[in-house]
Design a protein around this ligand. Structure first.
Ligand SMILES: Nc1ncnc2c1ncn2[C@@H]1O[C@H](COP(=O)(O)OP(=O)(O)OP(=O)(O)O)[C@@H](O)[C@H]1O
Length: 256
C-alpha cells in the first residue's frame, strides 16, 4: 500500500487555480520530488498535505487513513514532518532547544503531570532528549548543539531545520526546497542526508526542489506541475525529457 496518496487535489485563491486536479502516490521508502516553474503550485501542494490549507476538492491519505479533515498539529502525531523554504526556527534559542521544541507534538503528558514531575513526565523527557541526541549525531550537529540559531551560517540552519523535522521521529518527511540558497558542496551534503534518512531511518521523502542535480541524484520519481496541473510523472530522466515539461520551463528556467 502507498504511504501517501493524493487524489484529484484542488484549491483556488480568488480566481487563481493554484492546484488543479493533482494526483500521485508515494511508496514506503521512496524519495519523490515535485518540480515545476515558479508559481506552479508546488508549495501549495505541500501546504495542502501538511494541512495548512483545506482543499476545495480531493483526498489525501496517509498509510491508508484519510487525513483530509485533520488539522496541521494532528498530522505530526501521525508521523508526517515538514521543513519550510524560509526556515522556521527560533533564532534566539539554541540548536538543542529548537530540536526539543520540534518534539512538542509528541507530548503525551498534561500540565498537571508536568508540574508534579511524575515518573511518566521524566520518562517522556528522557525519550525526547534521546531522540534529539540521535538527530544531533545523525546530522553531525554536535559542534552547534549549544549555539544560538541567529549566529549560525545559512547552510547549518538548513540542516537544523531538517533536524527539527526529524526530531518528531516521522515516517514521512516533506522537504520544501532543501537546497535553496546552498552552495554546490552544501547541496551535495543534503543529498547524503536524504540518502541516509532513507537507508538508516527507513524514511519516505517528498521534496519540492528546483535544483535538478539534487533531484536527479536522490529521487526515484518526479512529478512535474505547471499552472497547478500535473504535466508528467516518472523517473527524473523521463520527466526531464518530457516535451510538455520542457515547454513549461521555456522562458522561465531550465529543468536541466
Ligand atoms: N495564500 C495564497 N493566497 C493567494 N494566492 C496564493 C497563495 N498561495 C499561493 N498562491 C498562488 O498560487 C499559485 C501557486 O503558488 P505556489 O507558491 O504554490 O507556487 P510554487 O510552485 O511553490 O512557486 P515557487 O517555486 O516560486 O515557490 C501562485 O499563483 C501563487 O501566487
Amino acid at each position: 500500500m502507498s504511504l501517501l496518496q493524493v487524489e484529484d487535489l484542488a484549491i483556488q485563491f480568488g480566481g487563481v487555480r493554484a492546484v488543479d486536479g493533482v494526483s500521485f502516490a508515494v511508496e514506503p521508502g521512496e524519495v519523490f520530488a515535485i518540480i515545476g516553474p515558479n508559481g506552479a503550485g508546488k508549495s501549495t501542494i505541500f501546504n495542502l498535505i501538511s494541512r495548512i490549507y483545506q482543499p476545495s476538492q480531493g483526498r489525501i491519505r496517509f498509510d491508508g487513513r484519510d487525513i483530509t479533515g485533520l488539522r496541521a498539529h494532528e498530522i505530526a502525531g501521525l508521523g508526517i514532518a515538514r521543513t519550510f523554504q524560509n526556515i522556521e526556527l527560533f533564532d534566539h534559542s539554541t540548536v538543542l532547544d529548537n530540536l526539543l521544541m520540534g518534539r512538542h507534538s509528541h507530548r503525551s503528558t498534561n500540565f498537571v503531570e508536568d508540574i508534579l514531575f511524575l515518573p511518566k513526565v521524566r520518562r517522556a523527557e528522557r525519550a525526547h532528549r534521546e531522540r534529539v541526541e540521535q538527530v544531533i549525531e545523525f546530522l553531525e550537529l554536535e559542534a552547534y548543539r549549544n549555539k544560538m540559531i541567529a549566529g549560525l551560517p545559512y547552510g547549518v540552519r538548513k540542516v537544523v531545520e531538517i533536524g527539527r523535522a526529524l526530531a518528531i521521529g516521522p515516517r514521512l518527511i516533506l522537504l520544501d526546497e532543501p537546497a535553496s540558497g546552498l552552495s554546490v558542496e552544501e547541496t551535495r551534503e543534503v543529498a547524503f542526508w536524504i540518502e541516509d534518512m532513507r537507508r538508516d531511518m527507513g524514511l519516505t521523502v517528498v521534496m519540492v526542489e528546483h535544483d535538478m542535480s539534487l533531484v536527479t541524484r536522490v529521487c526515484d520519481r518526479v512529478l512535474a506541475v505547471a499552472n497547478g496541473r500535473p504535466l508528467a510523472l516518472g523517473s527524473p530522466a523521463e520527466v526531464q525529457a518530457n516535451r510538455d515539461v520542457k515547454a513549461a520551463y521555456l522562458g522561465t528556467e531550465t529543468a536541466a
